[in-house]
Design a protein around this ligand. Structure first.
Ligand code: KIV
Length: 274
């Protein structure tokens, strides 16, 4: 469906609208954002869902994994994004260590995120292992998006970022976790880096939207990390990543022109001073 044909009015995207989109076969667009200025551009471009992902740990803070980012830091990013967004549905990732310990800790982390950022939902990683935490968060009326497949907060258990659920037993667990998340009340699930066939099967069995990243065409929507799709990150080129711009090249060239203009005393010129 072309951007012109879609409803890009001021009407806020809701969790209910995402389910309607799945029902009528309209694919859901989702992208990460971490700051006010970029969130405003992404929202005005017509994105359906903006995720304040814990990938902020990598692309904003320069860490090699998502593990070090704190709840306070996620709330800081969430607040900045929420100030900019008018239309998109916005979610904030619960960071590593803020919900796995017990359900009491999980609910207090989720409540802090919702109270302090005014986001629309939280996302967290895992299936049956975190069932109690998810149920408690849902009981407080907070919408939850699940995250299965490659779950980067468990990278130290996996040991690698390769495709998940290629083995029969892991695929069976993934299918059963996806059904569990739907049954207990999650409104959507991100599924990361699994075989396309498995995604198609899960998306057809579930009524809630499946948002894929490296999970093939069969998902009900797609999500990418903003810095990756805009060509800002380097040294990361998995098969699933389509780069829509080379901002690194554009920014480098603009910055070099500025340096040159300053050095040769061309900037500022007569008109650019008071
Ligand atoms: O943190 C993140 O950016 C994510 C997306 C990759 C889904 O969880």
């Amino acid at each position: 469906m072309s951007v012109a044909k879609r409803d890009l009015g001021e009407r806020k995207v809701t969790t209910h609208r995402l389910i309607e989109m799945k029902q009528r076969g309209e694919k859901i667009s989702m992208l990460t954002a971490y700051d006010y200025s970029m969130a405003r551009i992404i929202d005005e471009a017509g994105m359906d869902v903006i995720l304040v992902g814990d990938s902020a740990s990598n692309v904003m803070a320069g860490n090699t994994t998502t593990l070090p980012i704190t709840l306070d830091q996620m709330i800081y990013h969430g607040k900045s994004v929420m100030k900019a967004v008018k239309r998109a549905l916005v979610g904030v990732d619960l960071p590593f260590g803020s919900y796995q310990g017990n359900s009491k800790e999980a609910i207090s982390s989720a409540i802090r995120v919702m109270k302090e950022t005014h986001a629309d939902f939280i996302k967290l990683e895992g299936g049956s292992e975190v069932r109690e935490s998810i149920e408690r968060i849902l009981c407080a009326g907070i919408p939850v998006m699940g995250h299965l497949g490659l779950t980067p907060q468990s990278i130290n258990k996996f040991g690698t970022y390769t495709v998940r659920a290629k083995e029969e037993s892991e695929a069976r667990k993934l299918i059963s976790d996806a059904h569990l998340l739907e049954e207990i009340g999650c409104f959507a699930i991100v599924i990361e880096k699994i075989p396309a066939e498995l995604t198609t099967r899960i998306a057809s069995e579930l009524t809630i939207p499946i948002i894929g990243i490296g999970a093939g065409k069969g998902a009900d929507g797609q999500v990418l990390v903003m810095h990756d799709m805009l060509g800002i990150t380097e040294g990361f080129s998995p098969r699933f990543l389509r780069r829509y711009a080379n901002l690194k090249e554009i920014i480098t060239s603009a910055v070099q022109s500025y340096i040159e203009d300053v050095k040769r005393q061309d900037f500022p010129n007569e008109k650019e001073q008071y």
